[in-house]
Design a protein around this ligand. Sequence first.
Ligand code: TYD
Length: 137
Amino acid sequence: MPIANCSVVDLPRVQDPRGNLTFIEGSTHIPFDIQRVYYLYDVPGGAERGGHAHKALHQLIIAISGSFDVHLDDGGEKKVFQLNRSYQGLYICPMIWRELKNFSSGAVCMVVASEKYDEEDYYRDYSDFLVGCKKGV
Ligand code: TYD
């Protein structure tokens, strides 16, 4: 799918002197139902995550705390997003290679996903991913 389908989504924000609140409802604020949530934390300085693509999975990536960069690649075009707001998420459609880099100290990356974990849904090899892009798989 084209990288143009990936974009930063502004999530609802309930601002309050006691502290702000953001929520996500599947298929209301994001274009998929939520089957899974996972998060990355305690990421050591200089570490990189991701380095794969999904065949069918839709995801929303949020910098719950701190910041990091998300490098996207649809097999043709590339784009980099810096995430650093708890109320914004980067929607990533299927068939996008992603790499997460430049984590700030204490960053927490939460990922909301459309399916449960399935290793069969992954491209973990970049050249296999490119072949999949050409086939339109
Ligand atoms: P990996 O996909 O390499 O993480 P990242 O994309 O963030 O770099 O996953 C690391 C390990 O965690 C791998 O053995 C698979 C496992 N895992 C699960 O069991 N369930 C999950 O939902 C996820 C995302 C990973």
